[in-house]
Ligand binder design. Structure first.
Ligand code: KG4
Ligand code: ZN
Length: 303
């Protein structure tokens, strides 16, 4: 990814083909579970790059078919929402009781949901263009940082930036309807500033990163609080950007899952599958060439 400054769909699909069998054997070895002990197979089939998704769907469907076990495909974003439940399954402190207002912030999505109970969520709003993680990655590209830039910017700002660095450049906050976000203008503004500054010393680069981070995070904090006031739920933040230490500092009242449960992981898909199964709401997908998602789990506006 570093060589191309982003994800090339064709390469990603081929990497999935190579990596998936290895990842599955490694996960089975680490957990000490044999494939025959799995009684239900679930894979994510949306949203995302169709080539990579197809590899996953075909692979998991074949595993299930070969063992005569049921198979289901679930929405990736819905899986992020319920990732806080993994903590209790692992014996750690449980997440707050429902209702929640869930903010899912990843490389491809920035969405707010009202969550009334396990598997019972409603989309409230989201980004009109770029996702927050994408904004981090695009700012990083403008500063010649390797992809994905979110963790690098987070660490550099946490370790070295001052309050003055965070406010040195005033990047725009988009004027959009309540519970919505927009980051495409920010990318343009940072690009123009970087061009204007020309050759930058380390301190200036740090201030650009710190100020851009504030511009990305501020609307997340504001809209999550607005949704929580309006819908009356504890704020729960998941997705890769939920790893961000400044976001955790700016939203002290929110619940953030452990960082390894915030970034993409298979446990969250299994968790949602388990929750729906317990409620008797999981219907096996047909053995067709498609993978029909459980209708209630589809995220509106996503393909
Ligand atoms: O949820 P995720 O692992 O994958 C997607 O579904 O997209 O999120 C990846 C995104 C990337 O854009 C990455 O730059 C961002 O999450 N990210 C962060 C941090 N860790 C990952 N952004 C800001 N601060 C972080 N610490
Ligand atoms: Zn994700």
């Amino acid at each position: 990814m570093t060589d191309y400054g982003g994800i090339v769909p064709e390469i990603a699909s081929r990497e999935h083909l190579k990596g998936l069998p290895l990842a599955v054997s490694e996960a089975l070895a680490q957990s000490g579970i044999h494939l025959d002990e799995i009684d239900w197979f679930t894979v994510t089939n949306r949203p995302g790059l169709v080539g990579a998704l197809l590899v996953g769907v075909s692979y998991v469907k074949a595993l299930a078919f070969a063992r005569g076990k049921p198979f289901t495909a679930l929405d990736h974003i819905a899986s992020h929402i319920y990732s806080p439940l993994i903590a209790s399954a692992e014996g750690a402190a449980p997440p707050p009781p429902f209702p929640w207002v869930a903010l899912v912030v990843s490389g491809g999505h920035t969405d707010l949901f009202e969550v009334r109970g396990p598997g019972d969520h409603r989309w409230l709003g989201g980004t009109l263009d770029d996702a927050a993680g994408e904004a981090f990655d695009k700012v990083g590209k403008l500063l010649s940082l390797p992809y994905p830039a979110g963790p690098t910017i987070d660490r550099a700002v946490r370790e070295k930036a001052t309050d003055a660095d965070r406010t040195r450049f005033s990047f725009p906050r988009a004027q959009v309807p309540a519970l919505s976000f927009s980051y495409s203008g920010l990318k343009t503004a940072v690009g123009l500033k970087v061009a204007e500054l020309g050759e930058m010393d380390a301190a200036t680069r740090l201030a650009v990163a710190a100020s851009a981070q504030e511009a990305i995070l501020e609307p997340l904090v504001k809209e999550a609080r607005r949704a929580s006031l309006q819908y009356g739920g504890r704020i729960v933040v998941t997705g890769g950007v939920a790893c961000n230490s400044r976001l955790r500092e700016l939203l002290p009242e929110a619940y953030f899952p452990e960082r390894r449960h915030c970034t993409d992981n298979a446990a969250m898909v299994a968790m949602l599958s388990h929750v729906l199964h317990e409620q008797g709401r999981l219907t096996p997908s047909p053995w067709s060439t498609g993978a029909i998602p459980n209708g209630a789990m589809a995220t509106p506006g996503c393909v």
